[in-house]
Design a binder for this molecule. Structure first.
Ligand SMILES: Cc1cc2nc3c(=O)[nH]c(=O)nc-3n(C[C@H](O)[C@H](O)[C@H](O)COP(=O)(O)OP(=O)(O)OC[C@H]3O[C@@H](n4cnc5c(N)ncnc54)[C@H](O)[C@@H]3O)c2cc1C
Length: 458
């Protein structure tokens, strides 16, 4: 519990309007995309790095947790105040500071919503490729802290590939800059890379220097429907081995298709067992050529239907369905545990068949969808908390999914991070010496363990 005299000091630092202990605000800032809930002692909305620094000094003095928070869309509980403490809401860091069109660099504060940045740079012919499906709600700070991936990972990479430098406040109170504002730069250790993906456990990020690229002039979206998942997976491999690099290559399995059909009334042939959403981008001539080759590959591999952007309405609807797929799965059961494993994309079919076996063995629906191009699969284990057997079986399924993933040389999380939901399993992937080193790094940044405690490490 934060002592009341300390709350008064925090209030003096930020101004009384920016500190709250109001129950509604505590509830709102105590939950995230996992739908789990913990109550913080208070929520603060700092306006400057100096204010954050002063708050850290108090936290070290009185030993209370500080939990950085963007939009609270995280899927592994990274922003949850699991040991109560002070939620540090970055809402006021919401300015796009500069867009440098000569050097293709943007500087933004961390509370900026991802889609706002994307729209702003696209208006002047530039492109910020990282595109999590949550782009309309998530913040750049949350994306950096989680190293968010998304729909364009295959061709364009993930958040870390676009971060040149950071402005951060260390848990010990120092305000520092990491990285560079140039394309190259190797002075000292790469602290930027260390902090990207550190899930708010090493530092509070206040501003980010981002790399931009020219916006591709055109794009074309295609849909391919298959009556067999292995045909869809073979199509993914063939497209890539034909040296076509789609900006997006997403798949949905048969259970996802059922939910989407029921939820959105989309016309999908009844015998469809897998759908690929494919988007190519580039200059008009090359995308037309690539689209033709994609069409021919999908037909060659037995697609039952192929649609390109000519039927724009259905294509748009399916994109919308893809972005909202996660909640529509609740038609199958009222609760779900979502994992975001990555396996080599050539072994996607083998992995999905394994999920089918698990689904039968434990009598739980396990719809899967995701970024087929980079092998990142969102595995959704649906269950009903009112049914104790189902609730217990979820844990068996999660463990089996991770075991299989690691046997296939994959990773237990491609983009959602470890947070609290995956921390019990981290030792399955990370060796003891590597884990010990990570813990020593955490201690070097945060000797008193005040920044986002209870996350990542088992
Ligand atoms: C419908 C839906 C779709 C999604 N799709 C994708 C997807 O395609 N790809 C993907 O990668 N993720 C996806 N996500 C997950 C989530 O949106 C991302 O992890 C996102 O990056 C979280 O951003 P946020 O602003 O909501 O962060 P929060 O949830 O608020 O926080 C996430 C973590 O970042 C830390 N953090 C936040 N801001 C800061 C800061 N300024 N300094 C230091 N640490 C900070 C927090 O402490 C926490 O550990 C999806 C989520 C939803 C609900």
């Amino acid at each position: 519990m934060i002592p009341s005299h300390t709350l008064k000091e925090i209030s003096r630092i930020v101004g009384p309007a920016y500190l709250t202990t109001h129950k509604d605000q505590l509830d709102k800032h105590g939950s995230d995309g996992t739908k789990m809930a913990f109550l913080p002692d208070a929520v603060v909305f700092p306006g400057t790095s100096e204010e954050i620094s002063q708050i850290f000094l108090l936290a070290n003095r009185d030993r209370f947790p500080i939990i950085p928070r963007g939009a609270g869309s995280g899927m592994t509980g990274g922003a949850l105040p699991v040991q109560a403490g002070l939620v540090l809401a970055m809402d006021r860091f919401d300015r796009i500071l500069s867009i440098d069109t000569d050097n293709l660099i943007a500087k933004v504060e961390t509370g900026v919503i991802t889609a706002h940045l994307q729209e702003r740079v696209e208006r002047i012919g530039l492109f910020y490729p990282p595109d999590p499906a949550s782009a309309d709600i998530s913040t750049i700070g949350g994306n950096v802290a989680e190293c968010a991936g998304g729909l364009r990972g295959l061709k364009y990479g993930v958040t870390r590939d676009y971060i040149l430098g950071l402005n951060v406040v260390l848990p010990t109170g120092e305000i520092i800059k990491t990285g560079v504002e140039t394309v190259k730069g190797v002075a000292g250790y790469d602290l930027t890379r260390l902090i990207v993906g550190s899930e708010g456990t090493l530092a509070v990020i206040t501003a980010v220097t981002l790399r931009l690229i020219p916006k591709p002039p055109s794009k074309k979206t295609m849909l391919a429907f298959f009556k067999d998942l292995s045909m869809a997976v073979q199509t993914v491999s063939s497209i890539i081995s034909e040296k076509i690099m789609p900006a997006t290559l997403e798949f949905m399995d048969h259970l996802c298709i059922r939910c989407v059909r029921e939820e959105m009334g989309i016309d999908i042939p009844m015998n469809t067992k897998a759908i690929l959403l494919i988007e190519v981008d580039g200059d008009q001539h090359s995308i037309e050529q690539e689209a033709k080759r994609v069409e021919s590959i999908t037909h060659g591999l037995g697609a039952i239907r192929f649609q390109s952007a000519t039927n724009q309405e259905d294509v748009e609807k399916l994109w919308e369905a893809r972005r909202n797929l996660s909640p529509s799965l609740l038609r199958l059961r009222p609760y779900k545990v979502s994992e975001d494993v990555v396996v080599p994309r050539s072994r996607l079919a083998e992995f999905i068949s394994f999920l089918d076996l698990l689904s039968k063995k434990y009598k739980l629906p396990i719809p899967a969808f995701g970024h087929a191009g980079d092998g990142n699969i969102h595995v959704n284990i649906m269950f009903d908390k009112a049914n104790p057997t189902e609730t217990e079986n979820v844990n068996h399924v999660v463990k089996a999914v991770f075991q299989k993933t690691l046997e296939m040389n994959g990773t237990i999380t491609g983009e959602h991070g470890v947070g609290i939901t995956k921390s019990p399993y981290l030792e399955m992937e990370i060796s003891k010496p590597a884990m010990d080193l990570m813990i020593r790094i955490k201690k070097a940044f945060d000797p008193n363990g005040i920044l986002n405690p209870g996350k990542i490490f088992p």
